[in-house]
Design a protein around this ligand. Sequence first.
Ligand code: IDP
Ligand code: MG
Length: 139
Amino acid sequence: MERTFTMIKPDGVRKSLIGEVVRRYENAGLKIIGLKLMRLSREKAEELYSIHKGKPFYGELVDFIISGPVVPMVVEGDNAVNRVREIMGATNPKEAAPGTIRGDFAEEISENIVHGADSTESANREIPVFFSEVELVER
Ligand code: IDP
Ligand code: MG
């Protein structure tokens, strides 16, 4: 059993895709064990995206992720990290396959609906940025 961190970005919330994203994870047999709706502080946004600091798109990325409410989630299941990444689709929506979240609902790389941890190491770093252990539910 593996845990991963995933988050609906402000564009996904704005487009009323909260239910759609959750449904796709649940339909794949993944379990939501933590979920909330919140607005990120700049500090939390910079912590989430610390590995991108210095890249040309970093400032735009942080400004965007704090531009509206987001839905951070912890998802559990066999191979959860890779399966969530597959359901999300490629980072650039222009390269994302139809049937993936980004392929179906996003147009621009800067607004691609969802975030997902890219490894178990990233998941283990990102989960505590958003959830304390008591907020994660055994089920
Ligand atoms: P990921 O979200 O698929 O893991 P990363 O490479 O980790 O992709 O980049 C984090 C986020 O930064 C992406 O989801 C995307 O929104 C944004 N991003 C990545 N590359 C670019 C770019 O070249 N221009 C603008 N935004 C970018
Ligand atoms: Mg990433």
